[in-house]
Design a protein around this ligand. Structure first.
Ligand SMILES: [Zn+2]
Ligand SMILES: [Zn+2]
Length: 431
């Protein structure tokens, strides 16, 4: 049975319409204002929302825009209902994301005709969610999810509850693949979520490790899929300054640090030490580039069908000495034109003055670099463990002001645990 949500403060219109639709075998839910309508929409994910245009507090245009920003409501159709028939209202509703427009009084045959037009594909299998591949990715969408956004050490607690306290871990679903970027403590909740999503399917996963500093590998011993012998996990990374990737990953799991050795994990781990700066992950082209960071640390650039994603969690962006300028020239060329740049922005410019040479980014320099290289979306990342939510928000506002002052169209967000981004539509949702 398909679900329709009616949002209208005018009961005289809403209640009879609900009754007629119920008789026509719709599951009907009702809200009498835009705010509660939006809450219901997120909760019940209706096939269609029928929304009045002029309501107090949250009007129909706002409802349309808010629905369109929710990734989980991307399949929901919106029909605007209004007592006025102005061409400009129609156009505004369309621009706000409405799929249809009906002038009151609401005539059910007219509405049904419109519903048939908007939902032709869903009439045969209304309750079946969009199919996913065995790897879990919708074949036609590239999705980015942030599971850990913090630098250096996990920092849970009330002050960081909004942006999150887990260390580096980002999931990318593209081209039928699940690619994981780094294995900080955020990989633990990612693993639990994958097991819940695919209780019966074997998982085929790729993990790319930028470097073996602890905040980028510490979650791996707690990654549930690595304990299931049906799964296959390929781990790619570069040999470090002191030891190879395998021995460093194994080192953190040696007794007395951990009770299970890396070699005893049953999840079919294939560790690949990379030599080249370009490689392929099941059809996804990946480039890497060394960053300004102690030891051997890289950034990855993934070429997805929906654009390029550059992941550079640890990097010090400088522009002082000539030697550094040449190092940064390679990095600026690497990020140039990226659709998404996830980048170390750990310090404010004041803090950076006392942290020069620590290997982490200053947000002002990161924003300048992203603007100069025509990046489309910047996600500030590797938040300092001492920065509470207020501080990270303040840095984000500052970064946005910089972009605005420069007349740039760069979109800036502070990466947040639970944030989900569709590369195709730019829609942002929260798990
Ligand atoms: Zn780090
Ligand atoms: Zn590091």
């Amino acid at each position: 049975m398909r679900t329709i949500l009616l949002i209208d403060d005018d009961e005289a219109c809403r209640i009879p319409a609900a009754e007629l639709l119920r008789r026509d075998h719709w599951n009907v839910i009702e809200a009498e204002d835009g705010g509660s309508g939006l809450d219901l929409a997120v909760k019940s994910r209706p096939d269609v929302i029928l929304c009045d245009l002029l309501m107090p507090r949250v009007n129909g245009y706002q409802v349309c825009r808010a629905v369109r920003e929710h990734l989980e409501l991307r399949h929901t159709k919106i029909i605007v209902v209004t007592g006025r028939d102005y061409a400009s209202d129609r156009k505004s509703a369309e621009e706000a994301g409405a799929d249809g427009y009906i002038v009151k009084p609401l005539e059910i045959p007219k509405l049904k005709e419109l519903l048939d037009r908007l939902l032709p594909a869903q009439t045969s299998e209304p309750d079946v969610p969009k199919p996913v591949t065995s790897n879990g990715a919708e074949p036609d969408a590239t999705i980015l999810r942030f599971w850990g956004v913090r630098g250096s050490i996990p920092s849970p607690g009330q002050p960081t509850v909004f942006f999150g306290g887990n260390t580096s871990c980002v999931e990318l679903r593209t081209n039928g693949q699940i690619v994981i970027l780094d294995a900080g403590s955020g990989i633990r909740p990612l693993g639990l979520s994958l097991v819940e999503e695919f209780p019966n399917d074997p998982l085929d996963l790729t993990l790319l490790i930028t470097h073996t500093h602890w905040d980028h590998i510490q979650g791996f011993p707690f990654f549930s899929p690595a304990y299931d012998s049906r799964n296959r996990i390929r781990i790619y990374g570069y040999e470090g300054a002191m030891a190879g990737l395998r021995s460093t990953l194994a080192g953190q799991m040696e007794s007395p640090y951990f009770p299970v050795a890396l070699s005893e994990m049953p999840g079919n781990l294939h560790i690949v030490e990379l030599r080249e700066m370009s490689f392929n992950v099941n059809g996804i082209k990946v480039d890497s580039c060394f960053t300004n960071h102690p030891g051997v640390c890289v950034a990855f650039k993934l070429h997805t069908p929906d654009g390029t994603v550059v992941y550079m969690p640890d990097n010090e962006t400088k522009r002082s000495s000539s030697r550094q300028e040449s190092a940064d020239k390679i990095l600026t060329d690497f990020v140039r034109g990226a659709d998404v740049l996830i980048m170390d922005s750990q310090y404010t410019s004041d803090e950076y003055q006392t942290h020069i040479g620590w290997g982490h980014g200053c947000i002002d320099e990161v924003v300048r670099m992203a603007i100069a290289t025509n990046v489309k979306r910047l996600y500030t990342f590797h938040h300092d463990p001492a920065h509470d939510d207020r501080c990270v928000s303040g840095m984000l506002m500052h970064a946005r002001q910089m972009a605005e002052a420069a007349g740039s169209s760069l979109i800036i967000e502070a990466a947040r645990e639970g944030m989900e981004v569709s590369l195709k539509s730019g829609a942002v949702a929260t798990r």
